[in-house]
Design a binder for this molecule. Sequence first.
Ligand code: AQP
Length: 331
Amino acid sequence: MASMKRIFSGVQPSGNLHIGNYLGAIKNWAPLANEYDCIYCVVDWHALTVFQKPETLRENTYNALATLLAAGINPEKSIIFIQSHVKEHSELTWILNTVTPLSELEKMTQFKDKARKHKENINAGLLDYPVLMAADILLYDTEAVPVGEDQRQHVELARVVARKFNNLYGETFKEPQEIIRKEAARIMSLSDPSRKMSKSDNDSAGCVNLSDSPDEIRDKFKKAVTDSGKEIRYSPAEKPAISNLLAIYSGFSGKPINEIEAKYKNAEGYAQFKLDLAEIVVSGLADFQKKYGEFRQNNKFLDEVAKTGAEKATLLAEKKMEAVNKRIGLA
Ligand code: AQP
């Protein structure tokens, strides 16, 4: 039987996961297991590029693992593991560093954004983040990487790095493609639709966390900023706030945006739309939250999932590193 093409993606345990992470990435991961051989990773080394309190990082790593399981990823079918448990990710990062032009890293939008946000800690890891991500992807002969729009540039860089290496040492790495869902590729903050919804955003009102209670969710949508006028129409340039709310509505209801626009065509304002949206998100998260609560009660099970996942990933990673080391004369 021909082996299935491979998917790899990851999530950082760098804070509370939110509906942007969910709609833009995680929610889409479980169904991909029907078509692909999937590997999903909690990328804790990536999270360290911004200072994390050790006890919080430990907790957030369990939270992220429970999130993947609650989102329906089946550890019997897909590999789920924690990045730092598979040392080959750092080994390959070092090697890829030696073929990655510094100028490419300096161009990365996320580096520039984070360097601006964390002026007190512009560490080398922040600049090198995309090379670690390239290693994550290339180590597993990944065909495609399902991510939000903010990670597009990093997947492009993984292709550049793979090509550079292949040109220098011979065909070794597959060039990965990104899979980006158009409608929910970039969910914006509810309090400022010009900013991406982000774990590290200090403004908690703008960010709907997957762990928020129904009342917190209702309150955040009630206070969400809107645009002038009263028309519910998708136009990110003219109506950025309403367009963002429409994208969230569509993501949770599964309805296309034009159908939602039609439903509210005669609305007298935004109030009912926002109330309905809050209920759609509350009910859209109910099953996830129930399962998440159960997984989160069971660290022993989470440890087992992480251990088995790391064992399976290590087998693949070791084999790839053997080939890489042979290519470059280290073995
Ligand atoms: N706002 C978003 N809309 C759509 N997709 C998003 N993703 C992140 N934010 C949005 C996607 O979620 C996946 C996991 O993200 P990550 O943990 O790798 O970190 P990130 O991309 O840096 O996201 P955050 O929330 O902004 O985290 P911090 O604040 O820690 O940097 C990725 O596929 C990402 O594209």
